[in-house]
Design a protein around this ligand. Structure first.
Ligand code: SAM
Length: 210
């Protein structure tokens, strides 16, 4: 039996308010309900929604504290990961979530509406077609860095803001993938922040942008 989402998240993020913890609990329920209709999360993983999806998404918040009013793009968000958990954590930050599959974006919009997340917009579009500019890009499990980078490299605002860049949740051995991309990266091990075995090989790959 997995421990409750409330205990799991408040242990790692003691600053979370009661309202935020309630939103995460409700988010897990909504994913359970939606996943019955549209497969946005692997069905065998649903019992680990707190750890494998919500907490994993929040790994990015261990590496960067997005400043208030920042604009963040989540590319290939699927059912809203990592964007929705991050939007609950950073209510002053604007999140725009995109995916090339319309029915997944519908789920994102419905969950954002149910949770009263005023800081989330979601659009059915391909990353390559996004024209707006952002301060940060986040993503999880979409494609290799070498493919991903060209999609988003022109999606950043011109202003030099601290820690501007891509924050990509990745698993496993990344040496070859990073070398293939030719990018300068900084890699953070989530096992340094979270003790669950699931995080043993999980990382946040940061690609700083000028
Ligand atoms: C493996 S899923 C991951 C979904 C979510 N990020 C997560 O971690 O649960 C990959 C997602 O990327 C989306 N995707 C792939 N290529 C894309 C592109 N060029 N633009 C936008 N979304 C894309 C797919 O539709 C799919 O929903």
């Amino acid at each position: 039996m997995s421990i409750s989402i409330r205990i799991l998240l408040s242990g790692y993020f003691p600053e979370l308010t009661e309202d935020q913890l309630e939103k995460y609990e409700r988010m897990a329920e909504l994913y359970r309900e939606w996943n019955e209709k549209i497969n946005v999360i692997s069905r065998k993983d649903m019992e680990h929604i707190g750890e494998h999806h919500i907490l994993h998404s929040l790994g990015i918040a261990k590496v960067i504290q997005f400043p208030a009013q920042a604009h963040v793009l989540d590319v290939g968000t699927g059912g809203g990961l990592p964007g929705l958990p991050l939007a609950v954590m950073f209510p002053e930050v604007k999140f725009h979530l995109v995916d090339s599959i319309g029915k997944k974006i519908h789920v994102v919009q419905e969950i954002a509406r149910e949770l009263h997340l005023q800081n989330v917009t979601a659009t059915h579009t391909r990353a390559e077609q996004v024209r707006e500019k952002f301060d940060f890009v986040v993503s999880r499990a979409v494609t290799r860095l070498a493919n991903f980078y060209p999609w988003v490299m022109n999606s950043f605002k011109k202003e030099a803001i601290p820690h501007k860049g891509i924050y990509y949740l990745k698993g496993g051995d990344l040496e070859e993938e990073i070398a293939e991309s030719g990018l300068i990266t900084k890699v953070y091990d989530l096992k340094d922040y979270f003790t669950e075995e699931f995080f043993e090989t999980k990382k946040v790959v940061v690609v700083p942008m000028p």
